[in-house]
Every structure is written in C-alpha cells, then in structure tokens.
Design a protein around this ligand. Structure first.
Ligand code: SAM
Length: 285
C-alpha cells in the first residue's frame, strides 16, 4: 500500500464535472478530488471545515497543520493560499505526510493543466528536493514514509497539530488508515492542551463511530458539492459547529454497517459492547 517507487505512471489527469482538472490514481481507482475539483473541495472541506483562518489568527503559538496524504498538494495549496490572503502576519507550520512524492512530482509536471500549482511550483519543487520549503508565510515540511509507522515511532521533532487534513484514499481502498486501532494511536499522539480538528470527506456511519470510539468528538462537516455533508472530528467538542449527539445513535443501531472499522473484523452491525461505549460518550439510553 505504501511503497515508494511503485506508482510511476500510476496517475492520469481527469476533467471532473465542474470542468476542473484533478489526478486519478490508476492503482486505487480513485480521483483525488472528484466532481468539484481540487481547490473547491480543499477549501470547503479542509480550510473552512477546520476554521483554519479564524483559529490561526487567535493562536498564541505557531499554528501547526498536519496534511495526511500530501498527494498532489491541493489541500496544502488551499491552506497556503488562505493564509497568504490574511492581512495580519501569521505563524504557521504545514507538515505534509506521504509515502511517496510521486503524485506531487506528476502534478508539478502538469502544473499548467492543473492550474492551482502554478504559483507554488518553486515551493513544491523545493519540498520534494529537500523536504522543506518556505511558502509565503508558512514553513512547509514533507515527511516521506508510512504515516502509520510515524505514529508508532517515539515522539519526533514534529510538533503536535492544531488541525489535521485527513486524505489518504478511502476506507474501501486503504482500510488500515481508517481503523479504530490506527485512530486510537493518532488520538494518543495529539497534545491534550492543544485543541485539534480532523477534517475528512467521509460521511459514513462506521467512520464516525470509529473516530468516536478512538476518543474524538465528531460532528457534521459542510457540503463539498460532491457530498451533502462531510465529517469533522475534534479533540475538544467546542471546536465542532454541529456535533453528533445521542439522537444520532438510532441511525447507528439501524445501520447494517454501524460497527467501527477494526483491523481484524469485517464491517457489519454494531455490537452491544460498542453501542454501550458510544452511549457512554454521547449520552442517551
Ligand atoms: C487522495 S491522495 C491525497 C490527495 C491530496 N491530499 C491532494 O490534495 O492532492 C491520497 C494520498 O495518500 C497517500 N497515502 C496513502 N496511505 C498512506 C500512508 N499509510 N502513509 C502516508 N501516505 C499515505 C497516498 O500515497 C496518496 O498520495
């Protein structure tokens, strides 16, 4: 799943419904930003969903963003542009994770067709060459490797995040990045004193159950054009504008796939034990 060098010639450019151009992974059969295209999705889902602009302005420390699944850097560029537009000076670090630089290399090669990378070509090239770039006001780092292994390693110099843009392909094609075991490790890696959001495009009940049981609070995220709602998770409930509450448990109970995603079990209905744990977290009878 996460092997550098296997992906050569594994991408194509596709025109999505909005007319924007995006990358498609031939190995995963997934378009990076379907329907609305890279920038519209990245802005609506990640920049607006994690309220980065508002929170950066209030942060007493350099605001740290983890971009999990750098890919072709659309989410990263949406952050760079949102922060470049601010009138007040901001201090922010963007830490991008990916097992390979190949999608970004491919995207830089096709920067004219993709459009959004044109202004950030030098920064993207420097990021790939040296693992670091100064991009406008943002200190941008690239951590090449398997994100799951990064979480197993002893704490590194990478600071804990205030926001995580979570985009490592879907649970169907990359299950081990969406399991309860994985999200529990990710949650444990966060700093309890540093309120953090995690935005992603999924609206699936099982992904939301998994995040809740891993320790996150979970709420509805805004629409992206492709989907009428997405998901925002957070370490602190007050970061959520539409938190899921006890009334949502009925949907979990009725779902044929309400169980959390686990390494060793197939998706199915939620067990009584998991439902009790959810009730304890969300309230309800
Ligand atoms: C859909 S693409 C990300 C698109 C990207 N966010 C963008 O804005 O263009 C998913 C990316 O996640 C990366 N990925 C998948 N599993 C990973 C893992 N275990 N560790 C690190 N990166 C991973 C893939 O290599 C791929 O580049």
């Amino acid at each position: 799943m996460c092997v550098e060098g296997r992906m050569s010639r594994a991408f194509s450019l596709v025109k999505v419904a909005s007319g924007a151009v995006s990358l498609r992974s031939l190995e995963h059969g997934e378009t990076f930003h379907p329907v609305v295209g890279p920038m519209a999705e990245a802005r609506a889902l990640h920049v607006a969903g994690s309220r980065i602009v508002e929170r950066v302005g209030k942060s007493a420390h350099p605001f740290v963003i983890w971009d999990v699944g750098l890919g072709a850097a659309a989410n990263a560029v949406a952050v760079l542009e949102a922060l470049a537009d601010l009138s007040d000076p901001v201090r922010a670090e963007l830490h991008s994770f990916d097992c390979t630089g190949e999608p970004l290399e491919f995207a830089l090669h096709h920067a004219d067709e993709l459009g959004y990378l044109a202004k950030w070509h030098a920064a993207g090239s420097s990021l790939l060459a040296s693992g670091r770039a100064v991009a406008g006001r943002v200190d941008w780092h690239f951590h090449r490797g398997d994100f799951r292994e990064f979480l197993w390693a002893p704490r590194t110099a990478v600071p804990a995040p205030d926001a995580i843009l979570y985009d490592p392909y879907s649970p169907e094609s990359n299950r081990s990045m969406w399991t309860l075991e994985h999200f529990t490790r990710l949650h444990a890696r966060l700093d309890p004193a540093r309120p953090c959001t995690l935005t992603n495009y999924s609206r699936s009940t099982s992904v939301r159950v998994t995040l809740l049981l891993a320790g996150f609070h979970v709420g509805l995220g805004g629409a992206t054009g492709e989907k009428d709602q997405t998901t925002v998770a957070a370490t602190h409930r007050e970061l959520l504008t539409q938190p899921l509450g006890a009334e949502w448990l009925g949907r979990v109970e009725r779902s044929t796939r309400g169980a959390p995603l686990r390494e060793s079990r197939s998706p199915g209905p939620i067990s009584l034990g998991d439902l009790a744990a959810l009730r304890a977290k969300l309230g309800g009878k």
